[in-house]
Design a protein around this ligand. Sequence first.
Ligand code: S3P
Length: 171
Amino acid sequence: MKVVLVGYMASGKSSIGRLLARDLNLKFIDLDEYIEDQMKKSIATIFLEKGEIYFRKVEHEMLSKVLDENESVVLSTGGGTPCYGGNMKTILENADHSIYLQLPVSTLADRIRKEKDDRPLVKNIKNDDLLEFVGKHLFERRQFYSQAIYTVNADKKSIEVLVDEIKDLLL
Ligand code: S3P
Protein backbone atom coordinates (compact mmCIF):
# COMPACT_ATOMS: atom_id res chain seq x y z
CA MET A 1 0.00 0.00 0.00
CA LYS A 2 1.34 3.44 -0.95
CA VAL A 3 0.04 6.37 1.08
CA VAL A 4 1.08 9.95 0.26
CA LEU A 5 0.50 12.93 2.56
CA VAL A 6 0.33 16.41 1.06
CA GLY A 7 -0.25 19.86 2.52
CA TYR A 8 1.26 23.24 3.22
CA MET A 9 4.43 23.77 5.25
CA ALA A 10 3.89 23.04 8.95
CA SER A 11 0.70 21.07 8.40
CA GLY A 12 2.18 18.08 10.28
CA LYS A 13 2.90 15.82 7.29
CA SER A 14 6.12 14.42 8.74
CA SER A 15 5.00 13.73 12.30
CA ILE A 16 1.66 12.31 11.18
CA GLY A 17 3.28 10.23 8.43
CA ARG A 18 5.84 8.77 10.81
CA LEU A 19 3.21 7.68 13.34
CA LEU A 20 0.83 6.44 10.65
CA ALA A 21 3.58 4.29 9.13
CA ARG A 22 4.44 2.85 12.53
CA ASP A 23 0.79 1.97 13.24
CA LEU A 24 0.31 0.42 9.80
CA ASN A 25 3.63 -1.36 9.96
CA LEU A 26 4.79 0.32 6.75
CA LYS A 27 8.06 1.95 5.80
CA PHE A 28 8.10 5.73 6.29
CA ILE A 29 9.84 8.16 3.96
CA ASP A 30 9.94 11.91 4.38
CA LEU A 31 10.73 13.32 0.92
CA ASP A 32 12.72 16.29 2.27
CA GLU A 33 14.87 13.98 4.41
CA TYR A 34 15.28 11.58 1.49
CA ILE A 35 16.50 14.44 -0.74
CA GLU A 36 18.89 15.59 1.99
CA ASP A 37 20.29 12.04 2.34
CA GLN A 38 20.71 11.57 -1.39
CA MET A 39 22.24 15.00 -2.00
CA LYS A 40 24.21 14.98 1.27
CA LYS A 41 23.05 18.58 1.81
CA SER A 42 20.28 20.27 3.74
CA ILE A 43 17.30 21.65 1.81
CA ALA A 44 18.34 25.13 2.96
CA THR A 45 21.83 24.62 1.48
CA ILE A 46 20.43 23.29 -1.81
CA PHE A 47 18.21 26.39 -2.10
CA LEU A 48 21.11 28.65 -1.22
CA GLU A 49 23.70 27.09 -3.52
CA LYS A 50 21.61 26.00 -6.48
CA GLY A 51 18.29 27.85 -6.19
CA GLU A 52 14.66 26.77 -6.15
CA ILE A 53 14.40 25.61 -9.77
CA TYR A 54 17.20 23.10 -9.23
CA PHE A 55 15.55 21.95 -5.99
CA ARG A 56 12.23 21.41 -7.83
CA LYS A 57 14.00 19.29 -10.45
CA VAL A 58 15.60 17.10 -7.78
CA GLU A 59 12.32 16.91 -5.84
CA HIS A 60 10.49 15.79 -9.01
CA GLU A 61 13.04 13.03 -9.71
CA MET A 62 13.14 11.83 -6.11
CA LEU A 63 9.35 11.67 -5.87
CA SER A 64 9.18 9.32 -8.87
CA LYS A 65 12.11 7.28 -7.56
CA VAL A 66 10.53 6.78 -4.14
CA LEU A 67 7.15 5.83 -5.61
CA ASP A 68 8.78 3.45 -8.12
CA GLU A 69 11.10 1.75 -5.71
CA ASN A 70 8.71 1.13 -2.83
CA GLU A 71 5.80 -1.29 -3.05
CA SER A 72 4.54 -0.20 0.35
CA VAL A 73 5.29 3.13 1.94
CA VAL A 74 3.91 6.14 3.79
CA LEU A 75 5.43 9.15 2.05
CA SER A 76 5.31 12.66 3.48
CA THR A 77 5.96 15.21 0.74
CA GLY A 78 7.32 18.75 0.98
CA GLY A 79 4.81 21.60 0.97
CA GLY A 80 5.58 22.45 -2.65
CA THR A 81 5.91 18.92 -4.03
CA PRO A 82 2.39 18.53 -5.49
CA CYS A 83 2.51 21.98 -7.08
CA TYR A 84 5.35 21.54 -9.60
CA GLY A 85 6.26 19.47 -12.64
CA GLY A 86 3.10 17.38 -12.82
CA ASN A 87 3.93 15.87 -9.42
CA MET A 88 0.31 15.72 -8.24
CA LYS A 89 -0.51 13.65 -11.32
CA THR A 90 2.38 11.31 -10.48
CA ILE A 91 1.07 11.00 -6.92
CA LEU A 92 -2.48 10.27 -8.07
CA GLU A 93 -1.30 7.68 -10.59
CA ASN A 94 1.05 5.87 -8.23
CA ALA A 95 -0.40 6.10 -4.74
CA ASP A 96 -3.24 3.99 -3.45
CA HIS A 97 -4.21 6.79 -1.09
CA SER A 98 -3.43 10.48 -1.06
CA ILE A 99 -4.36 12.69 1.86
CA TYR A 100 -4.42 16.48 2.11
CA LEU A 101 -3.91 17.75 5.65
CA GLN A 102 -5.95 20.93 5.65
CA LEU A 103 -5.43 23.71 8.20
CA PRO A 104 -6.55 27.33 8.42
CA VAL A 105 -4.13 30.02 7.21
CA SER A 106 -3.90 31.51 10.72
CA THR A 107 -2.82 28.20 12.29
CA LEU A 108 -0.24 27.60 9.56
CA ALA A 109 1.13 31.14 9.87
CA ASP A 110 1.39 30.78 13.68
CA ARG A 111 3.27 27.50 13.39
CA ILE A 112 5.58 28.74 10.64
CA ARG A 113 6.39 31.91 12.60
CA LYS A 114 7.96 29.69 15.28
CA GLU A 115 10.07 27.63 12.88
CA LYS A 116 10.86 29.96 10.02
CA ASP A 117 14.62 29.60 9.88
CA ASP A 118 14.78 26.11 8.36
CA ARG A 119 12.33 27.02 5.62
CA PRO A 120 13.97 28.89 2.74
CA LEU A 121 10.70 30.11 1.24
CA VAL A 122 9.55 31.94 4.36
CA LYS A 123 12.85 32.73 6.08
CA ASN A 124 12.92 36.30 4.83
CA ILE A 125 9.23 37.12 5.28
CA LYS A 126 8.66 39.48 8.20
CA ASN A 127 6.50 38.03 10.98
CA ASP A 128 3.90 40.75 10.42
CA ASP A 129 3.63 39.81 6.74
CA LEU A 130 3.47 36.07 7.24
CA LEU A 131 -0.31 35.74 7.53
CA GLU A 132 -0.83 37.52 4.22
CA PHE A 133 1.99 35.56 2.54
CA VAL A 134 0.61 32.19 3.66
CA GLY A 135 -2.92 33.21 2.65
CA LYS A 136 -1.88 34.08 -0.90
CA HIS A 137 0.49 31.14 -1.24
CA LEU A 138 -2.08 28.66 -0.02
CA PHE A 139 -4.63 30.14 -2.40
CA GLU A 140 -2.27 29.29 -5.30
CA ARG A 141 -1.42 25.85 -3.99
CA ARG A 142 -4.83 24.68 -2.79
CA GLN A 143 -5.83 23.61 -6.32
CA PHE A 144 -3.08 20.99 -6.20
CA TYR A 145 -3.53 19.78 -2.63
CA SER A 146 -7.27 19.41 -3.05
CA GLN A 147 -6.80 16.86 -5.84
CA ALA A 148 -5.81 14.36 -3.14
CA ILE A 149 -8.36 11.57 -2.72
CA TYR A 150 -9.04 12.52 0.89
CA THR A 151 -9.00 15.89 2.61
CA VAL A 152 -8.62 15.71 6.38
CA ASN A 153 -9.41 18.71 8.53
CA ALA A 154 -6.33 18.76 10.73
CA ASP A 155 -7.15 21.81 12.84
CA LYS A 156 -7.10 21.53 16.63
CA LYS A 157 -6.55 17.77 16.63
CA SER A 158 -3.70 15.82 18.17
CA ILE A 159 -1.40 13.75 15.98
CA GLU A 160 -2.85 10.58 17.52
CA VAL A 161 -6.44 11.59 16.71
CA LEU A 162 -5.46 12.47 13.16
CA VAL A 163 -3.64 9.18 12.65
CA ASP A 164 -6.72 7.28 13.86
CA GLU A 165 -8.91 9.31 11.53
CA ILE A 166 -6.63 8.56 8.58
CA LYS A 167 -6.46 4.86 9.43
CA ASP A 168 -10.27 4.74 9.38
CA LEU A 169 -10.20 6.16 5.86
CA LEU A 170 -7.63 3.66 4.62
CA LEU A 171 -8.66 0.38 6.19
C1 S3P B 1 8.69 23.74 0.65
C2 S3P B 1 8.42 23.03 1.79
C3 S3P B 1 9.46 22.33 2.55
C4 S3P B 1 10.65 21.97 1.64
C5 S3P B 1 11.13 23.17 0.92
C6 S3P B 1 10.05 23.81 0.06
C7 S3P B 1 7.56 24.42 -0.04
O1 S3P B 1 8.90 21.15 3.13
O2 S3P B 1 10.31 20.95 0.75
O3 S3P B 1 11.59 24.08 1.88
O4 S3P B 1 7.71 24.77 -1.22
O5 S3P B 1 6.49 24.58 0.59
P1 S3P B 1 7.88 21.18 4.41
O6 S3P B 1 6.49 21.28 3.89
O7 S3P B 1 8.15 19.87 5.05
O8 S3P B 1 8.27 22.35 5.26
